[in-house]
Ligand binder design. Structure first.
Ligand code: GAR
Length: 202
């Protein structure tokens, strides 16, 4: 069985979309894959309670309990690897990752970013797209590399930017597309995994 571990920091609507797709599209039977766990760095994240209500294993690792980014990421690796992941899916996980973390999951670490990368890496993507008078905005699913919000693009969705859009309105339009492309990209990625599963220590 290919284990998916999803990392969240907040609402977790992309996580919910992936869990719903896994159930509705019967990933266990068709892809030999399942969401093994949801891991969160914020104890108060609403997505955590939702995952628990769905019977998914959850773990919380509060980054504030660690004195350095390196120490947190090392503990995070230890936590994630308890679930023997074939793929680690960042779904609104609002942490900058250390090179050690990225290298540990090289080739099996996915992220969704709310812009049409390579435009607008980083934060406040929607306001920046509005300020730049972009006619289109969107979201990107990509493999994670050491370079923040770069890495091979797996999927994108495009939405129009309308004349009276606020960042909040645009964010909602983009998010509704994220919920479509992320589950699809994760399923495609799982289909592409072949050969023996990678060892849990990698
Ligand atoms: C999503 O829009 C996602 O693209 C973004 O955070 C939101 C999380 O929503 N991610 C980033 O900005 C990562 N840099 P969700 O918790 O409801 O899935």
């Amino acid at each position: 069985m290919k284990n998916i571990v999803i990392l969240i920091s907040g609402v977790g609507s992309n996580m919910a979309a992936i869990l719903q797709a896994a159930e509705q599209e019967r990933w266990a039977e068709r892809l030999n894959a399942r969401v093994a766990a949801v891991v969160c760095n914020k104890p108060e994240a609403t997505g955590l309670a939702w995952a628990q209500s769905k019977g998914v294993a959850t773990a919380v690792l509060n980054h504030k309990s660690f004195t350095s980014r390196e120490a947190f990421d090392e503990a995070l690796i230890g936590q994630i690897d308890q679930f023997f992941p074939s793929v680690v899916v960042l779904a609104g996980f609002m942490r900058i990752l250390t090179p050690v973390f990225v290298a540990h999951y090289a080739g099996r670490l996915l992220n969704i970013h709310p812009s049409l990368l390579p435009a607008f890496p980083g934060l406040n993507t929607h306001q920046r797209a509005i300020d730049a008078a972009c006619q289109f905005a969107g979201a990107t699913v990509h493999q994670v590399t050491a370079d923040l919000d770069h890495g091979p693009i797996l999927a994108q969705a495009v939405v129009p930017v309308l004349a009276d859009d606020t960042a909040e309105v645009l964010a909602k339009r983009v998010l509704s597309q994220e919920h479509l492309i992320y589950p699809r990209a994760v399923a495609d990625f799982l289909r592409g995994l072949s050969g023996p599963l990678q060892s849990p220590t990698r």
